[in-house]
Write a protein that binds this ligand. Structure first.
Ligand SMILES: [Fe+2]
Length: 346
């Protein structure tokens, strides 16, 4: 498999070792509307709820957050496996309750360098949800549940976890603006191919084993500035592709139940599961700061189309803020002229 390489592995103690190693998700083509915005009043309510939680479900190490949040991936511990909502029978019941477009199925074992955005369709292989649920292991199935927070039973559970994340990162990144969650349920040796999402993530392993390879989004040999500008600007177009030369540059995290890993903003990743059934939950989110970065990338993309060579995003916060303000001003003017609203990233 293309993703196997000689890379640095990290265990729950954060120590790296060199071993042969061997992968969240985003938006499918023909996509449903993903995620929801988080007005400040809602953020306050979620944070207050989390502060009243006597025994948090996710353990955040303040020093680790301070050192690594949105700079490099790191492990977190959690207790999600204790909750009945995260066990297979409840999740299969959820799959049957959710609207059809919100549950996607495919075979699990696919190439690590497959095109991410088309992978759910390309590798569906005629698998139906009912077939996947009834013969999960036999079909070697892979199920993604989009936005389980829209389910009445799951919403309070997931919002509780979101509140803990909000409190966990509030010193460094205090203004969450949007979130979206996903369950990944897979039989043995499933693969989520190399890709990068347009936000941050905490991927929490609930059952089985998952190997998560993450790449440094600041490494220009992995993604150039122009590629990142385009990623945030052209959501319908192909994301930057995997190259064999990336194999040795990944940080590799071995997740087992009770562990999760933070994905910094737009960090490329590739995920493989072990020889047993795997369940994980991805809580993806954006903040006022990452929204500035995203709009600064969109501004840069427009400058590049004019033949200019703009300064890299994240190299100067004041410049990023100015670019984002310009982009938002242009967007506002265009919306006013059109009498409508422009979708972010368009
Ligand atoms: Fe992802």
């Amino acid at each position: 498999m293309a993703c196997v390489g000689n890379a640095r592995r990290f265990n729950q103690h954060g120590r790296a070792s060199t071993q042969l190693a061997r992968s969240t998700l985003s938006e499918p083509k023909g996509r449903v509307m993903l995620g929801e915005r988080l007005p400040p009043a809602r953020v306050s309510v979620l944070a207050a709820g989390a502060r009243q939680q006597p025994r948090p479900w996710i353990q955040f190490d303040p020093e680790q957050i301070e050192r690594s949040y949105n700079r490099s991936p790191f492990l977190v511990k959690h207790r999600l496996a204790e909750r009945p909502q995260f066990m297979l029978p409840s999740l299969f019941a959820l799959c049957r309750r959710m609207p059809t477009p919100a549950v996607k199925v495919r075979i699990g074992k696919i190439p690590g360098d497959a095109d991410f955005d088309s992978s759910l369709h390309r590798y569906n292989h005629g698998l139906t949800l009912e077939d996947a649920v009834e013969h999960f292991e036999e079909r070697e199935a892979y199920i993604v549940v989009y936005n389980p927070e829209r389910d009445a039973e799951y919403r309070p559970v997931i919002e509780g976890l979101l509140g803990e994340i909000i409190v966990g990162i509030e010193r460094l990144d205090p203004r969450p603006t949007w979130y979206s969650t996903y369950f990944f349920i897979s039989a043995r040796h499933a693969v989520t191919p190399y890709h990068m999402d347009r936000e941050m993530n905490f991927l929490l392993q609930i059952r089985g084993h998952k190997t998560v390879r993450l790449w440094d989004p600041a490494d220009a040999t992995i993604m150039t500035q122009a590629q990142k500008d385009r990623l945030l600007s052209a959501e319908g177009e192909a994301r930057p592709a995997y190259l064999p030369s990336f194999a040795t540059k990944a940080k590799v995290f071995e997740l087992e139940p009770g562990l999760g890993v933070h994905h910094p903003f737009i960090a490329p990743h590739l995920v493989t599961t072990g020889p047993e059934l795997s369940i994980s939950l991805a809580i993806t989110f954006r903040t006022a700061r990452s929204d500035v970065w995203a709009d600064a990338h969109r501004f840069n993309h427009r400058m590049r189309r004019l033949g200019l060579h703009p300064r890299a995003v994240e190299s100067n916060p004041a410049v990023d803020a100015t670019k984002a303000a310009c982009l938002r001003g242009l967007r506002g003017m265009r919306n006013a002229v059109r009498g409508g609203t422009e979708r972010e990233g368009a």
